[in-house]
Design a protein around this ligand. Structure first.
Ligand code: DMJ
Length: 411
C-alpha cells in the first residue's frame, strides 16, 4: 500500500466499527482521517488495493454514517487514480504514483500485463463515485473496460488473467477463480445486484463466465470433494487457493436470477465449495486453512508445498459461511464459523492484535508479525454478521464490495 503512512487499517476498519456499534472508536478514526489522510504523497500504490480498501472503505463509511468527510476524501483519492487509465487501450496500469500520476505494471505479470482481478474490480466503487458526484468520468472508465472485454475472444469461453494494456491482447492463458481472477467474476454479479438487477449485461457476462468455469475448472475429487482448479494453457491444475473459497458465497448469491432457473444447482454448488473449504481447515493442526491445497495423488484438500501452508487472517472461507448461512440458515455454518473464531483467537492473537501464522500444520506455529487490514475489514465483519440477525445489512439493500465494504443498491 505504498511507502507512506496511509492509515490502511484505520480506513479499512471504519465500517466494521460502525456496524459493531463501536461509535467512540469510529469517531476517533473519522478524526484521524479528517486531519491526517492526505493523498498528495510521492508514493506508488496499487490501483486495485487503493480502490477496494480505501475508496470502498470511505464510501461505506459515508453511506453508513452520512459524514461528508468520507465522501470528500473518496472523491479526492479517486481523482488521484484516474491517470492510471491513460494507456493506449484505457485498461488501467496496476500501479500509479499518487503525486506524478505515472503508471506501470509488474514485470512478472505476463510481460507487463494488467491483471483481470485488478482492472475488473473497480466497477462498484466507480459507479458509486459517479452517482455521488454527478460526474460521469468514473462510470465511463469502467464501462469502457467492460465494452473492451466484451469484444474479445475468450479461449474456451474463459477469461485469461492477463491483458496487455498497450496492445489490448490477452497475455498468458491462465484462468483462475482465485488470485488474479477472483473478484472480476464477483463484480460482474454484484454490478447487476447493485443496479437493482437492471444491468442485465453484467448478469449475462457473469452467467457466461461461470458456465465456462463450471465446465472447465470445477471437478470432484476421488474423495467426493468439489473443487475449483486452475486452467493453465489447456491443462487443469488440481489445486485450489484459500482465495478461491469466496466462490461458494458468490455462487449462492448469484443463484437467484440464474440462467435456466438453476437456482437450486448454484446453491448446491455453493454448499459443496463451503464444505470443501471447511475440510481444508479441518484437516490441519490449527483448524485454520492453508493458502492453497491440492487434490492430487491421494492428497485431498491439504497443502503440499511448505510455502503454501500459511494463514494470513484471510476472510474468504468465513465469507462463504456467512452467505450460505443467510441463504439456508443451516446451523452448521455458524458452527464452522465458531470453530474458525476459536482457532483465530487461540493461535493468531498476540499482545498487539492478531498475526498471520506460517504453518497451519505445525503445533508450534510461528507468526508472520503482520495484521492485514482485511482482517478488520472482512474477517471480523463477516464473523459478526454470521452471528447477527438478517436485518443487519439485508442483502436486498446492500452489496458488499470485495473488501466487505457494504454499498447500497441503487434503486
Ligand atoms: C482482500 O483484500 C479482498 O478480499 C480481495 O478481493 C482478495 N484478497 C484479500 C483478502 O484475502
Amino acid at each position: 500500500l505504498g511507502n507512506s503512512q496511509m492509515g490502511a487499517t484505520i480506513v479499512d476498519a471504519l465500517d466494521t466499527l460502525y456496524i459493531m456499534g463501536l461509535h467512540d472508536e469510529f469517531r476517533e478514526g473519522q478524526e484521524w482521517i479528517d486531519k491526517n489522510l492526505d493523498f498528495s504523497v510521492n508514493s506508488e500504490v496499487s490501483v486495485f488495493e487503493v480502490n477496494i480498501r480505501f475508496i470502498g472503505g470511505l464510501l461505506a463509511a459515508y453511506y453508513l454514517s452520512g459524514q461528508e468527510v468520507f465522501k470528500i476524501k473518496a472523491v479526492q483519492l479517486a481523482g488521484k487514480l484516474l491517470p492510471a487509465f491513460n494507456t493506449p487501450t484505457g485498461i488501467p496500469w496496476a500501479m500509479v504514483n499518487l503525486k506524478s500520476g505515472v503508471g506501470r505494471n509488474w514485470g512478472w505479470a505476463s510481460a507487463g500485463s494488467s491483471i483481470l482481478a485488478e482492472f475488473g474490480t473497480l466497477h462498484m466503487e466507480f459507479v458509486h463515485l459517479s452517482y455521488l458526484t454527478g460526474d460521469p468520468v468514473y462510470y465511463n472508465k469502467v464501462m469502457h473496460i467492460r465494452k473492451l472485454l466484451q469484444k474479445m475472444d475468450r479461449p474456451n469461453g474463459l477469461y485469461p488473467n492477463y491483458l496487455n494494456p498497450r496492445t489490448g491482447r490477452w497475455g498468458q492463458h491462465h484462468t483462475s477463480v482465485g488470485g488474479l481472477g477472483d473478484s472480476f467474476y464477483e463484480y460482474l454479479l454484484k454490478a447487476w445486484l447493485m443496479s437493482d438487477k437492471m444491468d442485465t449485461e453484467a448478469r449475462k457476462m457473469y452467467d457466461d463466465a461461470i458456465e465456462a468455469i463450471e465446465k472447465h475448472l470445477v471437478r470432484k475429487s476421488n474423495g467426493g470433494l468439489t473443487f475449483i482448479g486452475e486452467w493453465k494453457n489447456g491443462h487443469l491444475e488440481r489445486k485450489m487457493g484459500h482465495l478461491t473459497c469466496f466462490a461458494g458465497g458468490m455462487f449462492a448469491l448469484g443463484a437467484d436470477g440464474s440462467r435456466d432457473d438453476k437456482a437450486g444447482h448454484y446453491l448446491q454448488l455453493g454448499a459443496e465449495i463451503a464444505h470443501t473449504c471447511h475440510e481444508s481447515y479441518d484437516r490441519t493442526t490449527l483448524k485454520l486453512g492453508p493458502e492453497a491445497f491440492k487434490f492430487d495423488g491421494g492428497v485431498e484438500a491439504v497443502a503440499v508445498r511448505q510455502n503454501e501452508k500459511y494463514y494470513i487472517l484471510r476472510p474468504e472461507v468465513i465469507e462463504t459461511y456467512w452467505y450460505m448461512w443467510r441463504f439456508t440458515h443451516d446451523p452448521k455454518y455458524r458452527q464452522w464459523g465458531w470453530e474458525a473464531t476459536q482457532a483465530i483467537d487461540k493461535y493468531c492473537r498476540v499482545s498487539g492484535g492478531f498475526s498471520g501464522v506460517k504453518d497451519v500444520y505445525s503445533s508450534s506455529p510461528t507468526y508472520d508479525d503482520v495484521q492485514q487490514s482485511f482482517f478488520l475489514a472482512e474477517t471480523l465483519k463477516y464473523l459478526y454478521l454470521l452471528f447477527s440477525n438478517d436485518d443487519l445489512l439485508p442483502l436486498d439493500n446492500w452489496v458488499f464490495n470485495t473488501e466487505a465494504h457494504p454499498l447500497p443498491v441503487l434503486h
